[in-house]
Design a binder for this molecule. Structure first.
Ligand SMILES: [Ca+2]
Ligand SMILES: [Ca+2]
Ligand SMILES: [Ca+2]
Length: 345
């Protein structure tokens, strides 16, 4: 139930956005962001028209021999949590699938030095093993003569729309720079006249979903007033300020909790009159610890750093400051209002 509520609050508080950071239809020159190696712009031949109606193969594409690395480098990306790749993939001529030479033709996509995709592709013979199993809607053609080597013999071709494969839709990534490598590698590398591959309509988008973050006062204090003087955001300081402390305050601490509903089986808020704190209330549990605060006369402050952790985005915590002030009431403690803190980015 709690996790469902959390998921609901995430949905309600986030603003979902995809920002395109690179796009090319390869119809003129190789974009400057791409280091092509031996790859070159080539007419799409019989691939023309295959693909989603909004962006099918057309004009020309970027065609590479096997064994050659095509590198896309981007910088200055907006803040994001994941990236998405969308492109058309042409498996041209006698790619040989998994195995040993001439087989062993693996299309690999590397991101920032790690591998996010590595699958073999086979066009030459029905007996060859292609490890890539496309989801519904991704395979556009298989074992057809679409140009280049052939027609016929081992030189049939296949086409795929990787934008339709969910594994390319939500790749975790947060850095402001991005390096993507595309290569067919493995023991089966052969010349351009025998086998090759191409991409068209390459688009890279980043998920710039934003969570605004907030610190909202709630509940009744018995003197001290707790506020946050900047919005709670991951990776940044969260300045907390308590004012209107008793003049005799000797110690102040901010308690952090996970629930404003219940504490040790007792429903909250709990009146603290029976404990010698008349007019005061406990407003949340104490599950998440305590932050000590620095005293300045009748004010206190603390500036904890919120961890740079996306798990916190949209998460809610509760804060209340307790001040020790001898003689202010029978127990010698005052409690502030609560602060309902939702972490943003
Ligand atoms: Ca094109
Ligand atoms: Ca062919
Ligand atoms: Ca091969």
């Amino acid at each position: 139930m709690r996790s469902q509520l959390l998921a609901l609050s995430l949905l309600l508080s986030s603003a979902v956005a995809q920002t395109t950071v690179f796009t090319s239809n390869f119809d003129s020159v190789v974009p400057i962001e791409i280091t092509p190696g031996t790859a070159a712009i080539a007419a799409v031949e019989g691939f023309a028209g295959l693909g989603p109606a909004s962006a099918p193969f057309g004009g020309s594409f970027l065609r590479s021999e096997t064994g050659n690395v095509v590198t896309l480098q981007l910088a200055g990306l907006p803040a994001h949590n994941s990236i998405r790749l969308d492109f058309l993939f042409a498996a041209i001529d006698s790619l040989d699938g998994q195995g040993s030479f001439p087989s062993g033709d693996f299309f690999r996509i590397g991101i920032d030095g790690g591998t996010v995709f590595r699958e073999s592709f086979a066009n030459a013979m029905a007996s060859q093993i292609q490890t890539y199993v496309p989801p519904v809607g991704v395979e556009l053609a298989r074992f057809l003569d679409l140009g280049f080597g052939g027609p016929g013999s081992f030189y049939t071709d296949s086409a795929y729309w990787f934008g339709g494969d969910p594994q390319f839709a939500n790749i975790g990534h947060t850095a402001s720079t991005l390096t993507i490598e595309f290569v067919i590698e493995g023991p089966g590398i052969q010349p351009l006249s025998d086998e090759s591959w191409a991409m068209d309509n390459l688009k890279v988008t980043v998920d710039t979903t934003t969570f605004p973050g907030s610190a909202v006062p709630y509940g009744q204090g018995c003197g001290p007033v707790l506020t946050a003087t900047a919005p709670p955001r991951i990776g940044l300081p969260l300045p907390l300020l308590t004012t209107q402390l008793d003049g005799g305050t000797v110690l102040a601490a901010c308690v952090v909790g996970a629930s404003d509903a219940v504490y040790q089986g007792i429903f909250l808020p709990r009146a603290l009159d029976p404990f010698g704190m008349p007019g005061c209330f406990q407003l949340h549990d104490i599950a998440l610890g305590t932050i000590s605060m620095q005293l300045f006369g009748t004010a206190s402050s603390a500036t904890p750093i919120v961890p740079q952790d996306n798990v916190l985005l949209g998460a809610v915590m509760y804060m209340q400051v307790w001040d020790a002030a001898l003689g202010v009431n029978p127990l010698g403690f005052l409690a502030s209002n609560g602060l309902r803190v939702t972490f943003g980015n």
